[in-house]
Each structure stands twice: as structure tokens, then as C-alpha cells.
Design a protein around this ligand. Structure first.
Ligand code: ZN
Length: 321
């Protein structure tokens, strides 16, 4: 009979293995789906840069994973070889360049370009998630073993300026583990998000905390996928989003780091695209010297974090894909 220690080890191994298998199998399933879409598409040029970006993002999350998964680990030698012929760049840069966003955010962007409206995008996302059969439920925060590493974002969010019809989509970070989240948030603050959003996130991460107050015509609604009936339903903002973006009617929940939520990405897109929103925002202490200071310390922690991952090569300067 196995003693308690043996039992514990066996349980750990099982969780550990399934953890690796989940990131591997989700990455594999998503890439296969994308390749099918790519082969069907008559206008390949339109999709090429998005697909290249999504491949790079999956490979990057694989290589920073504790099991240092290479593209060949995720895809198998043979499949990797054929995809490399079509998309060489992600294979060359997955361990030297940082992604701008997680795979699910890129997928959401592709879906919005293809389907347009919020209703249609959510409907199509649900059927895609059903088709891909990602292995485990995602409506819970990652536990310490993170044994359900799927690439699906738990929450998506749509925001707009009520005076216009344009809608902006965002996804919560589609990666698991504190380290991966820290890297993606710090990297996004430096290179992806609008400067006001970055400022708010960095200021709260460094504990001084400077909220953004949007003009009253800003509308923002987050949605979570109900796995039982496979449909998106409205969800309230968390207390972090209330602090960062002054969003009303928030819940008490705040188990995710600042910047993790879907609101961050869609509000950043809104600011990039809507001049009225940029000009009518209130930020208490947004000064060039302050943002430079925050960016410098964000860059320092990001470089330190990247240097601690042996499978990444030469990241002593930041390069972005
Ligand atoms: Zn939130």
C-alpha cells in the first residue's frame, strides 16, 4: 500500500502532468483550428499577420511555462515543420520577443473583424469554444497547481462611447500563473495599452493608485461564459476595476492582479480610437516625470523576471513581436 507521502507525490504528478497537457492540448487545438481557417480563406493576406501573432503568443506562453514547452512540444515535429514553412517568424522569435497580447485577445480581434457585432461575436465564440473542447472549466481563479491551463479568457468586455456606434472588445488575460500574468501585464503597460490605462495600472501596482475617471458617455459591460448553457452572461466589474477606472456597481472580488481584467484592454482601445474620450478624462497626477518613473520601474521588474527564465535567450533588452 502506498504511504501518505507516496499518495501526495502521485497526486502532484497527476496534476503536474495534466497541467502541462492542458496548455499543450489547448495550444495545439487552437492552432489546428486556425490553420483550417487559414487554408479555407481566399484572402490570406488579411489573416496572415494575426495568425503569426497568435502563434508567437502561444509559443511564448509555452516557453515561459515551468515545463519550457517548445513549439515542437506543443505541435509535434511534423506539424511544427509544416506550419513553420507558412509562418517562419513566430518560430524564430518566440524566445527573444515579447507578445503584445495573449492568444485569446488576438482571437477576439479576429472574430470582431469577421463578425462585427457584439451579439454575433459572442455567439460565434461560444460555438468555437464548444468545437475546440478545451479540457477543463475556466470559471474559477487558478489554484496553486493551475491544473486547468486553458487559453480561454474567463471574461470578455465591450465598451463604447454612447454617442457613437463603434464597439471595442477586450479579454481578460488568457494565461495562467502569477509569473506569466506579471510578464504580460508589465509588458502591456510598456508596449500595448494606451498610456492613460498603463498609468493607472502601474500606479496601482506600485501602490500609490491613480484612478481614471471617464466621461459619462462611456459605457462598459463585461461578460462571462456560462459553461452549463454555453452562453455569455453579464457580469459586474471587480473592485480593482472600480479603483482603476472608477467603474460603478462593482463586486467585492479582487483576486486578480491590476490589469488582468477584460476592462483594461477594451478601455485602452476606446482611448486609442476616440478623441473625445481622451480629451474628457480626469486623471489626478498624470505628469511626464511620473509616468517615466513608473515605466522605468516596470521595465526593471520585467527584465528581472525575464532573466529568471533560462529558456528565454538574450532578453536583456526588450523586443516586441
Ligand atoms: Zn476587474
Amino acid at each position: 500500500m502506498m504511504d501518505a507521502k507516496g499518495e501526495k507525490r502521485k497526486r502532484f504528478m497527476k496534476v503536474h502532468v495534466s497541467n502541462k497537457e492542458n496548455l499543450k492540448s489547448c495550444g495545439f487545438l487552437l492552432i489546428l483550428h486556425l490553420m483550417e481557417e487559414f487554408n479555407k480563406e481566399p484572402n490570406k493576406a488579411k489573416l496572415r499577420s494575426h495568425f503569426s501573432e497568435i502563434l508567437h503568443s502561444i509559443f511564448f506562453l509555452g516557453i515561459i511555462h515551468e515545463d519550457s514547452l517548445t513549439p515542437e512540444d506543443i505541435l509535434s515535429e511534423k506539424t511544427a515543420k509544416s506550419i513553420r514553412n507558412e509562418f517562419p517568424e513566430p518560430f524564430m522569435k518566440f524566445n527573444t520577443h515579447l507578445p503584445k497580447r495573449t492568444p485569446f485577445s488576438i482571437l477576439l480581434d479576429i472574430m470582431q473583424r469577421k463578425y462585427g457585432t457584439k451579439e454575433k461575436v459572442m455567439e460565434e465564440l461560444c460555438s468555437l469554444m464548444e468545437k475546440l473542447k478545451f479540457p477543463v472549466p475556466i470559471d474559477r481563479p487558478a489554484n496553486k497547481y493551475q491544473h486547468y491551463y486553458t487559453l480561454e479568457s474567463t471574461v470578455i468586455c465591450v465598451c463604447s462611447n454612447s454617442q457613437h456606434t463603434d464597439e471595442y472588445f477586450g479579454a481578460s488575460l488568457g494565461c495562467r500563473g502569477k509569473k506569466a500574468k506579471r510578464i504580460m501585464i508589465n509588458s502591456s503597460c510598456l508596449n500595448t495599452w494606451h498610456e492613460y490605462v498603463s498609468h493607472a495600472v502601474m500606479s496601482f501596482r506600485h501602490q500609490e493608485g491613480d484612478s481614471l475617471q471617464f466621461h459619462e458617455s462611456m459605457q462598459c459591460q463585461a461578460y462571462i461564459r456560462d459553461l452549463k448553457i454555453n452562453t455569455y452572461k453579464e457580469t459586474r466589474p471587480c473592485s480593482n476595476c472600480n479603483k482603476l477606472f472608477s467603474l460603478p456597481d462593482c463586486t467585492e472580488k479582487e483576486y486578480n492582479p491590476y490589469g488582468n481584467c477584460a476592462e483594461t484592454e477594451c478601455l485602452s482601445k476606446l482611448l486609442f480610437n476616440d478623441q473625445f474620450m481622451r480629451e474628457n478624462i480626469t486623471i489626478r497626477s498624470y505628469k511626464p516625470e511620473e509616468i517615466n518613473r513608473l515605466k522605468a520601474s516596470t521595465k526593471e521588474s520585467l527584465l528581472k523576471e525575464l532573466a529568471s527564465i533560462p529558456s528565454l535567450s538574450n532578453m536583456n533588452d526588450l523586443l516586441f513581436f
